[in-house]
Design a protein around this ligand. Structure first.
Ligand code: UD1
Length: 368
């Protein structure tokens, strides 16, 4: 019996997770498997989407739902409305969703209610912070998924604690790291920004609504960054939400005038990984970058009070520094005063997670 899959990608952090899955399907021995690639259009700017498809060699999506931005309810609802007819027409045996963005939850809900089996890649991550929209997306997606592919043992424990039957959980490793392993040499060949020398700069990313939607909190974080920039140049590729808020709160001018804190548009995947891999350290509130820095052995200071990726703190290079400006500054100075970076790489973050996932999907009996 031929077996059919729909793989969903919607937002920037999804693209590096679907790329190795598509490749693994292409390389799999079963040639009767067909894969429909669905882009929800949650991220749509060239810098947030097309550039990633190009860098990662992802083929044109078979379907683009073009939902765009909106409130959580509006965006999630638009994705659901647009994805349902796709499922009805294609009738895939499995819908594969990745990560924790609104597209992940919207598409898993649609699929499950149509009786289509759902596989969640990067299942079981929990921050314990239900004020994060992604935490709600994770919990709800995992609760209805038929197969849950995890990146580490702590995720397995979370799922078991929530009563997910063990036979649905498969510990396979990290598809985001598959992409990093595959593209690292290419990324290291990409030029650094002018005037920036290897290991003599740090990288900043900031986009969580909790950090960038409140002018006081964003202003405090910028004060800390300015203090750090007195000691080491900072390169800050800014997410569109952050760019808009910096302008809206009238904070952008200050940054643009600062030579040491370089605000840039969002970078392509290769440029960004090349930048991170050669940096002295990273200051971020991203989820995925905590994992990428752990793999690369680059110190990471995460400007959040919790993380859904605690393995990066337990054995990797990640430290939670919250949003207090003194704490951020002191943590950055502490990194600058040490010269060795410690940390190890979690089990199965070896570049082969997607192959394991596809092996499982092609061998389980169809839709449970
Ligand atoms: C989404 C994810 C978040 C992920 C982040 C990575 C959810 C709930 N959040 O957050 O987990 O870490 O992506 O980037 O799914 N915008 C553009 N162009 C784009 C996309 C967005 O200008 O291509 C602007 C719009 O003003 C939009 C805002 O950015 O309203 C936020 O975009 P949205 O997709 O709602 O959430 P992100 O903050 O990107």
């Amino acid at each position: 019996m031929p077996i059919t899959f729909a793989i969903v990608a919607g937002a920037r952090p999804n693209f590096m997770k679907v790329a190795p899955l598509l490749r693994a399907f292409d390389c799999a021995a079963r040639h009767d498997a067909t894969v429909t690639l669905v882009h929800t259009g949650q991220h749509y700017d060239a810098a947030m989407s097309d550039g990633f498809f190009r860098d990662l060699g992802i083929r044109e999506p078979d379907v683009n739902l073009r939902v765009g931005s909106g409130s959580h309810a509006a965006q999630t609802a638009r994705i659901m409305l647009a994805f349902e007819p796709v499922c009805l027409e294609k009738r895939p045996d499995w819908v594969i969703v990745v990560g924790d963005v609104n597209s992940t939850l919207a598409c898993s809900l649609v699929a499950k209610k149509l009786g289509i089996a759902v596989a969640h890649v990067e299942a079981g991550l929990r921050s314990g912070d239900r004020s994060m929209p992604e935490e709600i997306n994770r919990i709800c997606t995992d609760a209805i998924s038929d197969l849950l592919f995890t990146t580490d043992e702590l995720a397995n424990e979370n799922l078991r604690r929530e009563g997910i039957p063990a036979e649905r959980i498969r510990f396979v490793g990290n598809t985001m790291i598959d992409t990093l392993v595959r593209h690292l040499d290419q990324a290291l060949a990409s030029p650094l920004p002018d005037g920036i020398a290897e290991r003599e700069y740090a990288v900043v990313t900031l986009h969580r609504p909790a950090n960038v939607d409140d002018p006081e909190r964003l202003g405090n974080i910028l004060r800390a960054l300015e203090a750090v920039a007195d000691r080491i140049p900072l390169v800050f590729p800014a997410h569109p939400r952050t760019q808009k808020n910096l302008e809206h709160f009238d904070l952008a001018g200050r940054l643009i005038r600062s030579n040491a804190l370089r605000l840039t548009p969002p970078m392509s995947y290769l440029q960004f990984i090349g930048l991170v891999a050669r940096s002295r350290f990273v200051l971020t509130d991203s989820g995925g970058i905590q994992e990428e820095t752990t793999f690369l052995g680059v110190p990471c200071l995460t400007m959040r009070s919790n993380t859904e990726r605690p393995v990066t703190c337990r054995i990797g290079t990640n430290v939670l520094v919250g949003s207090d400006p003194d704490r951020i500054r002191n943590a950055a100075f502490a990194v600058l005063n040490t010269h060795s970076s410690t940390g190890s790489i979690p089990d199965k973050w070896d570049g082969h997670a997607a192959e394991r996932i596809v092996d499982v999907l092609l061998s389980v009996p169809c839709a449970p």
